[in-house]
Design a protein around this ligand. Structure first.
Ligand SMILES: C[S@@+](CC[C@H](N)C(=O)[O-])C[C@H]1O[C@@H](n2cnc3c(N)ncnc32)[C@H](O)[C@@H]1O
Length: 445
């Protein structure tokens, strides 16, 4: 493709993918606007595969076009001069979204400053940065109000807890990433205790893994588990509920299921299944409280049971239909992941299935991407987009870094997944491509 034709092709991709997304919004109501103050009905749809596919192309093509046409010095500084997370940390810590709910016409920074005790001119600058990104409206000079995006930061929104995890723990780990790569103690280590977040925690006298650190503080632990409910929307992972045929099965074991971020919607949508949630004791205490409040009928009808399990040391409850592991294997380096899968394998009956729900990292080589896409039953990015959709798939690579920073762990390519699962005695049966993450379905080999 000639150079100019590539740019034209990117413009066409932007045009068609944006029009696809617009048509989807119109099916649910009006199209959203940047300053809209209410959520759109499509925002919480269970199945967002079509929308996420369109946005993957749109984001990939927009970013590739800008990077191609802008001077490189411009783009290089754009990559690093990013303070959104520092400003959002202030907004979250001070519950600015909650406060703004009482001011539907907006609040002047001088008044907001008195409520949260932050110097008004500094406050105005960070609010303006965020409003420029589309998070909060500047309705008049120095007067700020909520919008559809800032509402996500409300204290009751589970996504806000995932935002907190990123602006606190991940940012802390990222600040010493380079040092961990050069320090002889950590440089070649894949021990979870040597993850960057623990490198910095060690200096503050805290030992162990991220999970040890997370568990020891009630509010940190509760926020972490609540953040998993945020993943439903962030990764669009609940699409599995409408694509995988849960109606054909009667038992599901949610291994490392936490508070049941996946199992709660499962219990609401597929009343035929009996669910076992396996996790560590503290997570299950929180889980029981949440189920009693949010899904008491499943508890009353004995459709859910909570069973303590350390997945490194114990075999899950045996002979059930489905063993579901969402965002579990990516939390651990290969050695620990192999132990978990080995234990899960021992629980399987002849017809059991294991569903591993994580990102599958795409290749940048177009040839390799085509091979893997055919195995995944997925589409290769249309040319001239980068073969992995470029920035359209950015979160999988960012998440890979988050796993490194928090756990010394990783997201995996399809080949990485196959190597692990084959060694554990699992046979890949089918791949469910859910546009952002994938579900790999295995049987006992
Ligand atoms: C990233 S969260 C995923 C939670 C859930 N699968 C979901 O997607 O919402 C990881 C989970 O693994 C659990 N976990 C960590 N170490 C564990 C262990 N040794 N045995 C069992 N569960 C563990 C944590 O308590 C947490 O609930």
């Amino acid at each position: 493709m000639a150079n100019k034709a590539k740019l034209e092709a990117l413009l066409t991709l932007i045009n068609t993918s944006a029009r696809d997304a617009i048509a989807m919004y119109e099916r649910y109501g009006d199209v959203p606007t940047i300053d809209q103050m209410e959520p759109h009905p499509l925002d919480d749809a269970v199945d967002q595969i079509a929308l996420k596919s369109a946005i993957r192309t749109l984001e990939g093509a927009c970013s590739q076009l800008c990077t191609t046409l802008a001077p490189p010095a411009h783009t290089a500084i754009n990559l690093v001069q990013v303070y959104d997370y520092a400003c959002i940390r202030v907004a979250v810590r001070e519950n600015i979204t909650n406060i703004l709910l009482d001011y539907p016409k907006g609040i002047h920074v001088n008044e907001l400053s008195k409520i949260i005790n932050i110097e008004p001119k500094k406050l105005a600058r960070m609010m303006r940065l965020l409003a420029t990104r589309g998070c909060y409206n500047e309705v008049d000079t120095d007067v700020f109000g909520n919008n559809r995006l800032s509402l996500i930061l409300h204290s009751e929104n589970p996504v806000r807890h995932m935002v907190s995890l990123h602006v606190e723990a991940c940012a802390k780990g990222a600040s010493v990433f380079y040092e961990t790569l050069k320090d002889p103690k950590t440089a070649y280590s894949y021990e979870p205790t040597d993850a960057p977040i623990m490198y910095i925690n060690n200096k503050e006298g805290i030992q162990g893994t991220f999970f040890d650190w997370m568990r020891e503080d009630d509010s940190r632990r509760e926020s972490y588990h609540r953040s998993m409910r945020g993943l439903n929307g962030i990764m669009g992972s609940l699409a599995v509920l409408t694509h995988f045929p849960f109606e054909k099965y009667s038992t599901v074991v949610d291994v490392g299921g936490g508070i049941g971020a996946f199992s709660l919607p499962l219990a609401n949508m597929h009343k035929n299944v009996k669910i076992t949630i396996h996790d560590l004791p503290e997570a299950l205490v929180q889980a029981k409280g949440i189920w009693a409040r949010d899904c008491p009928e499943a508890v009353a009808e004995n459709r859910v049971e909570f069973e303590e399990l350390n997945f490194f040391e114990q075999v899950p409850v045996k002979g059930k239909d489905i063993y579901y592991l969402r965002n579990i294997i990516h939390d651990w380096p290969d050695h620990e992941s192999a132990l978990i899968l080995h234990n899960v394998r021992q629980a399987l009956g002849p017809n059991s299935r294991v569903l591993i729900h994580d990102y599958v990292l795409r290749q940048l080589s177009r040839k390799q991407a085509a091979v893997e896409a055919s195995m995944l039953g997925a589409v290769v990015a249309p040319e001239p987009l980068l073969a992995n959709f470029g920035v359209g798939n950015m979160r999988s690579y960012q998440q890979d870094m988050s796993m490194l920073l928090l756990h010394n762990a990783k997201e995996r390519t399809l080949q990485d997944c196959l190597t692990l699962s084959t060694a554990a005695g699992l046979k890949l049966e089918k791949v469910w491509d859910l546009a952002e993450a994938c579900v790999l379905e295995y049987s006992a080999a």
